[in-house]
Design a protein around this ligand. Sequence first.
Ligand code: MRU
Length: 344
Amino acid sequence: MNAIKFKNNRLFYIDQTALPVKEVWKECLRLEDGWSAIKKLEVRGAPLIGVFAAYCLYIWSKGPVSSGKDFMRRFARAVVYLRECRPTAVNLAWALKRVMLAVEANQDKPVTQLREIILNEAQAIHDEDVLLCARIGEYGNKLIKSGDNILTHCNAGFLATSGDGTALSVIYAAHAAGKKIHVFADETRPLLQGARLTAWELSRNNVPVTLICDNMAAVLMAKDKIDKIIVGADRITAAGDVANKIGTYSVAVNAAYHKIPFYVAAPFSTFDLTLKSGDEIPIEERAHDEVRTVLGKVTIAPKKVNAYNPSFDVTPAKLVTAIITDRGVVYPPFKQNIKKLIGQ
Ligand code: MRU
């Protein structure tokens, strides 16, 4: 199953805000459609928004331009427009930069060729992401024992990447290897990616899953019902601090208290080695109505009450047991070991 499709020169995506009730496929016809799909979380998950944005640049490039210079000027504007759409997941900026560098290296070529260069780079990023997910699954599977109960937060599966996911790739690999595992999925307030997407994905793939509210994880840990935690990541610093969906930090604190291994799964494209610590990671703040309502449909608080809605938090490296990457598993000391495995 794929969350986006590029077929016959057209870009399609599954609208994740409609899941699990309906499977609605939409087409991205203009740059603005792509921007809005990412902003509204119709397309979401760190690696997937990078891949999708790269294709959005190609969709943009099919429009009319008056000259090569005009193309380059408007291309640079399109890159910034998409990059600023969501600030926390570095994969978005990483993929756009990759396309930009490929275009800049060839800026004297005719516009028809520049379009092809954008498409080739987007397809390369897409194909690579599939492989990165598979490798994360292979490395992560070695850490999983038959009988494990694994807690995950948010959605880091095929809906968040071009392949089987990051955290969920490990789970799918263990399940495919015949290990008897069971997953607890945090519902992940306020936008419920755990309930709507992770529970949907896993049950669709016959992986045993139990949905819990976020505030139930600690009690399961206290009752020895959770053996391991695996989450994805939106940005990882040189020190190993991890930005991921809001609530991940509480899971990590609870895991440390109960001495449960806390794993993060992410491809190399999620590392931002220009940042020394998690304090430097930009955290996206979203609309207060996401907290005051359930998915904009049911009001659960006074309309005017103040709300706080950071979309991500940062888990300090000292709470992370290991980071499962496409290049192997990184253990502490993270500063040295991330540098060795991921490099600059
Ligand atoms: O706001 P979202 O749904 O895009 O947030 C996604 C997450 O936080 C995921 O856990 C993260 O991107 C890892 S996805 C492989």
